[in-house]
Write a protein that binds this ligand. Structure first.
Ligand code: ZN
Length: 329
């Protein structure tokens, strides 16, 4: 009798979730392109080539298994470390071997807001040499460019001149609309990993996922205010052990928000990327903010980045500027 009663309960409980599902409004059809910057690795100056290869293998394995189209953006300066150039170039080559695309992120990760236009253009050109050879061997062409630090120029003339230079070189500028500052989590994660501090690793991953979730929610709202709808979004990530170890959890989170993954080319076909954009500023930022500021709207209510991550980065004397590229040779 007791057993029969229990099975009735189980049956009822089993029905409830399906009713709930039927009543839930359909998930929106959201789309996002994934881009990964600072190749071969954000912390290339601190990691030996063997670790860069291991990190790349793990990261690309997950992305390939899950069929995520990705464009990786390269700083070639990080390839030229004495005795390691061949292995570092091989790690880069893996991106193409696995079926991903590569773009230029300047040779030395130079900011257009910090150096003159001519020097910056030289840094763009210097960043093409290895890339062009690798892409040609895969019958591919160098198509995409991403501004280091998202710095697009401190005045509109510089910005427009740089853009004209890039277009003339055959580049399509790759904007971003979603940025969860993964590089800041990645720096302290690397330290925790090397010390085998699993408690801290877990805390970092928890906050990295929660912050990304909050950033997505915020930018979906901002999209509606600024664009009028949620455009095909472009996510900015960085090549790191944090991503190699945990990007699968991030991809799950993104899917749960109703997204499917598309190519950068597909995303750039969204007319949002032709919206008026006269943004200039000391600080590089995402394109939703560009469009908002161009429209005279001040974005408000952005999620607060966990202060303890910034404090810990300072403690470890980690750069807050994404990369410190090594001196070649
Ligand atoms: Zn970068």
């Amino acid at each position: 009798m007791k057993r029969a009663f229990l099975s009735t309960i189980v049956l009822v409980v089993g029905i409830v979730p399906s009713l709930t599902n039927a009543q839930t409004p359909q998930k929106p059809d959201r789309q996002v392109a994934v881009t990964i910057d600072d190749l071969p690795a954000g912390m290339a100056d601190r990691l030996p080539a063997s670790q860069i290869t291991a990190m790349t293998t793990k990261l690309l394995g997950t992305l390939r298994d899950q069929k995520i189209p990705v464009v990786g953006f390269v700083n070639e300066k990080k390839l030229f470390k004495s005795g390691e150039a061949d292995e570092r170039i091989k790690a880069l080559q893996m991106w193409l071997d696995y079926g991903f695309d590569l773009g230029n992120h300047t040779f030395s990760h130079a900011s257009l807001n910090q150096i003159g236009l001519k020097d910056w253009e030289d840094d763009v050109l210097q960043g093409e040499s290895v890339l062009k050879i690798l892409l040609a061997s895969h019958k591919m062409k160098l198509r995409y460019f991403r501004h280091p630090y998202l710095d697009t120029g401190r005045d509109l003339l510089t910005r427009r001149n740089a853009e004209a230079f890039l277009v003339e070189r055959g580049y399509r500028i790759a904007p971003i609309t979603l940025d969860g500052w993964d590089w800041a989590f990645a720096g302290i994660y690397e330290d925790a990993k090397q010390r085998n501090d699993t408690a801290m690793e877990q805390q970092i991953v928890k906050d990295y996922l929660a912050y990304h979730d909050a950033v997505f929610a915020y930018d979906e709202q901002l999209s509606k205010t600024v664009v009028g709808y949620e455009p095909k979004q472009i996510l900015l990530l960085h090549a790191s052990n944090l991503e190699a170890d945990h990007i699968g959890e991030l991809l799950d989170l993104i899917r749960k928000r109703g997204y499917r993954f598309i190519t950068l080319e597909d995303a750039l076909g969204d007319s949002a990327y032709s919206l008026p954009d006269t943004y200039v500023g000391e600080e590089g930022t995402g394109w939703l903010e560009h469009w908002a500021i161009t429209q005279g709207k001040i974005p408000q209510g952005a999620p607060k980045f966990p202060q303890w991550v910034l404090d810990r980065s300072k403690e470890l004397r980690l750069s807050t500027g994404q990369v410190a590229a090594p001196t070649p040779y």
